[in-house]
Design a protein around this ligand. Sequence first.
Ligand code: ZN
Length: 139
Amino acid sequence: MPTESRNQKLKRLKFCRKIRESLFVREERCRDNLRKVRERLREEESAPTDVAEMATRNSIQEMLTQAVDSAEQELSGIRAVRVRFNNRAYGRCENKDCGIEIPLKRLEASPFTRFCVQCQEQAEYLERFPGSNISAMAT
Ligand SMILES: [Zn+2]
């Protein structure tokens, strides 16, 4: 495992602190958004049904349901990252056999990433070809 220079370590620390701080704002915003969309969906569902407007109403409800789903997903993603911060696991590859520090460049590009590039590729490969042998993968 290549060791990071002092300078890189500092940069990494700064970056992690920034992410950790932004999590609260993000979570707050996300929860707020979720509440609004849920409210809107409830209104939409309880409004009297007009046959002429059915199709429009259905597509609006569908859209709102999707918005609720994606907000819930985002929220659980944010919570998962917070748990990882609490466990001091943030920035490390989640693959138990690996566990390397994910390079800062990769974290900067996608702060919520869970795996290093190699493990991510392996996970995607396994998803596409379930049951295949990872060691058969060309390197
Ligand atoms: Zn890894």
